[in-house]
Design a protein around this ligand. Structure first.
Ligand SMILES: Nc1ncnc2c1ncn2[C@@H]1O[C@H](COP(=O)(O)OP(=O)(O)OP(=O)(O)O)[C@@H](O)[C@H]1O
Ligand SMILES: [Mg+2]
Length: 408
């Protein structure tokens, strides 16, 4: 049973609170959360220096180049950018240079309007949440920028979300804005973990944004260990982490394309599991259990944001699983999928497309596809869903038509 599922038993709740209160695991768990920017970012010295060098001209009133930053998830792109800009801002204040920074998360602000309105607001003028034409908001930004007589940095973090949703119009405008400015300078910093999105970019936008490029390579296991060790000093009580705990978190996250976010999540969740059980030490066993939890959250998140046909395909795989207990061939999957599409009154994709989607699910660890020999009938691909009914229900819960298909 999940420690928090107490079903009205007040005394269990009291016990849980007591255990948490008496467990001396975390000094400050917030220091492990993804949005906390640490003072020290080991193994990113090269990137910090390069970014610093590219941005430094702002301190003496020259326009820094635009920068395109990329690397797989959890490699410190957001953290390093925020870190360097914060230092630059302090330096600017100490030296009377006028700097302004707008940090936009394009996953959140994924329309031209929202990006421009948010940039205006962060530079110093509120723009109505809706109601103006995009061109009007842009005009206001140009005026605001020029009147500020500043060096302005516009960071477009997760810029792929914006381009996929709204195209590259706003990037085109923003990377060309300096032509319209006489007293201010704007530099654009675009960050992404999805290099493929540059295919959607107009080549002119691509080259304007990529005046400078900065790559963030994945961390290896020993680099992750250094990162966790540093961050655990202030967040955990001394001596509560078992000898191999940090090593294990790092090894597991290194396999997951060197993702520091994953490593930190594992460490934090392992600590929380120990805390809830009133244990005094975090062990490798806690880490392994943490991995299951973190993995579950990831799968649920991924499936939730998938397009309709991928979700219909997942549902089809689930139905096949219920029928046969061991998945089905690609042909069988396609048959079930066309039936499900019909029930949802949508036109089925071609078998070719579904084949691609199956490979994608396989890569994401949501399904498992393997080629098996069928004796003299040649070879065929067997596909199985690899997530539990419970996770599937969590992931599809917003769509009651879908969840009605999933058994208890
Ligand atoms: N060198 C480092 N030292 C300490 N913490 C780090 C380091 N690199 C990354 N982190 C931490 O790991 C987490 C993920 O880093 P960050 O958010 O910067 O990744 P990202 O490259 O922006 O990933 P994404 O592409 O998913 O946005 C954050 O909590 C960050 O503080
Ligand atoms: Mg990021």
């Amino acid at each position: 049973m999940h420690p928090l599922e107490i079903g009205g038993m007040g005394s269990s709740l009291d016990d849980l609170f007591k255990r948490v209160l008496s467990a001396k695991i975390f000094v400050n768990r917030d220091l492990l959360r993804p949005d906390y920017i640490p003072e020290d970012l080991p193994h990113r010295e090269t990137q910090i220096k390069r970014l610093g060098a590219i941005l430094a001209p702002a301190l003496i009133g020259s326009r820094p180049s635009n920068i395109f930053i990329y690397g797989v998830p959890g490699t410190g792109k957001t953290a390093v950018t925020q870190y360097v800009l914060k230092k630059l801002d302090t330096e600017g204040k100490n030296n009377g240079a006028s700097l302004k920074i707008a940090f936009i998360n394009c996953k959140h602000d994924n329309t031209d309007y929202r990006v421009l309105a948010d940039v205006c607001e962060q530079v110093g003028e509120r723009v109505p949440f809706t109601g103006l034409a995009v061109s009007e908001v842009y005009k206001r930004f140009v005026k605001l920028a020029d009147d500020s007589k500043s060096s302005i940095f516009v960071v477009l973090d997760e810029v792929d979300s914006l381009v996929k949703k709204a195209g590259d119009e706003v990037l085109y405008k923003l990377t060309g804005v300096n032509k319209q400015l006489s007293r201010a300078r704007v530099s654009i910093i675009g960050i992404t973990n999805d290099l493929k999105f540059t295919e959607y970019l107009d080549p002119r936008v691509r080259s304007r944004l990529g005046e400078e490029e900065l790559v963030f390579p994945p961390y290896n296991a020993s680099e992750l260990e250094d990162i966790l060790r540093k961050r655990s000093v202030a967040s955990f009580y001394k001596g509560v982490l078992g000898a191999e705990v940090i090593k294990l978190c790092s090894a597991l996250a290194a396999k997951e394309h060197g993702d520091a976010r994953r490593a930190l999540d594992l460490l934090r969740v392992a600590g929380e599991l120990a805390e809830r059980n009133g244990e005094l030490k975090v062990t490798e066993d806690h880490v392994r259990r943490a991995q299951k939890e973190v993995e579950k959250d990831r799968v649920v998140e991924v499936v939730k944001t998938m397009p309709l046909h991928s979700r219909l395909l997942i549902l089809s795989l689930h139905l096949l699983e219920k029928q046969s207990g061991n998945g089905g061939t690609t042909g069988e999957v396609y048959e079930v999928y066309t039936g499900v599409s019909k029930n949802f009154s949508v036109e089925a994709l071609t078998q070719r497309r579904i084949s691609d989607l199956i490979n994608e699910l396989d890569m994401l660890g949501i399904a498992n596809a393997r080629v098996v020999s069928k004796g003299r009938y040649g070879r065929t691909k067997l596909v199985r869903l690899s997530i539990s009914d419970r996770n599937l229900r969590d992931a599809l819960q917003e769509d009651s038509r879908m969840t009605s298909y999933i058994g208890k």
